[in-house]
Design a protein around this ligand. Sequence first.
Ligand SMILES: NC(=O)c1ccc[n+]([C@@H]2O[C@H](COP(=O)([O-])OP(=O)(O)OC[C@H]3O[C@@H](n4cnc5c(N)ncnc54)[C@H](OP(=O)(O)O)[C@@H]3O)[C@@H](O)[C@H]2O)c1
Length: 362
Amino acid sequence: MTQKPRRRVAVLGATGVAGQQFLVSLADHPWFELCVLAASERSAGRPYREAITSPGGALRWGCDEPLPERFASQPVIDARSLDPRSVDLVFSAVESDAARPLEEFFAPHVPVVSTASAFRYEDDVPILVPGVNHEHASLVKRQQRERGWRGYVVPIPNCTTTGLVMALAPLARAYGVRSVVMTSLQALSGAGRSPGVAALDILDNVIPFIPKEEEKVQRETAKILGSLDGDRIAPLEIAVSATCTRVNVRDGHILSVSAGLGRSASLGEIAETLRAFGREFADLGLPSAPPELLHVTEDPYRPQPRVDRRLHDGMTTVVGRLRQDPVLPNGVKLVLLSHNTKMGAAKGATLVAEYLVHRGLA
Ligand SMILES: NC(=O)c1ccc[n+]([C@@H]2O[C@H](COP(=O)([O-])OP(=O)(O)OC[C@H]3O[C@@H](n4cnc5c(N)ncnc54)[C@H](OP(=O)(O)O)[C@@H]3O)[C@@H](O)[C@H]2O)c1
């Protein structure tokens, strides 16, 4: 692969859970140089390490990897004060309400790759998942044409949708998928720092509701698995019934999924279909791409968050417990694990940006 010039990038929301993961993904990146750490006015003007230190002196760094030393003393700026022309690409890791005006401010000038939901449901905006629907990327040209922007917004999905579509995409292509019933057991880091989940609420407990999550999974799944028809995405006709719960796990969302397929297939065939998925995408050789997007395990006690979430640096969805589902027509059921802050947030968004560069769109 030819060497690309390094692009100057900014992270908005650099102090948050997803933002911290961006620092790790971009610290030694061959194509992107992280020049700007931006957050709210609460953090602005302080060196990064100080901005993530509580008034009592606790460093609130949430990644397994150490805080990259080169960013520790870099000042955090107020995202609103950044000149959009001073960078080549912006990563947005800000809560949705705050993300909307910020992304609208930057996208007329530069590409914005976002973990937030602010733009996900707009007609001219693709929700990109590496290996699943990257061909939807061409929709950004419609955004540029119709909105008069030089840049664009490309969101990644909600972190629960990411694992679900990763497993459903190969099944949809090979057999068709008509219906899905899914229950998630979602990690605490998925709730972010503010407000996050209080320790006393989750210790010794499961919380059976995550506001807006089930609607997001249902809507995003149909859009991502849909087909690009000229300048529009025709959503897949699929019934998705989601129940989303919060559990006492730090990182890694588990999903229990039952899918009704368009035709019957043996479990052996299905396992092979899942194993073969994403090879062409991996062959692109993008810096953050894992060697396998899906890993199928035969161990009946896997996947487990603590044991399996670090596979290929959290970029591989682990699928296990493949069984026939006797309830849905041509039914199959499985359990999957997807790392919510790696593939489901920062490193997944980094991989999307790499693909946009590869396509000549960034
Ligand atoms: N956590 C995950 O696993 C995950 C996965 C996928 C997608 N996401 C999405 O990523 C986004 C960030 O989530 P998170 O979990 O990282 O949340 P978080 O830990 O609460 O962090 C929020 C970040 O947004 C910044 N911020 C808030 N208001 C702002 C404003 N007006 N202007 C600029 N920056 C502002 C905060 O800066 P201050 O520190 O200065 O307040 C902080 O850096 C959300 O849209 C979320 O849905 C998260």
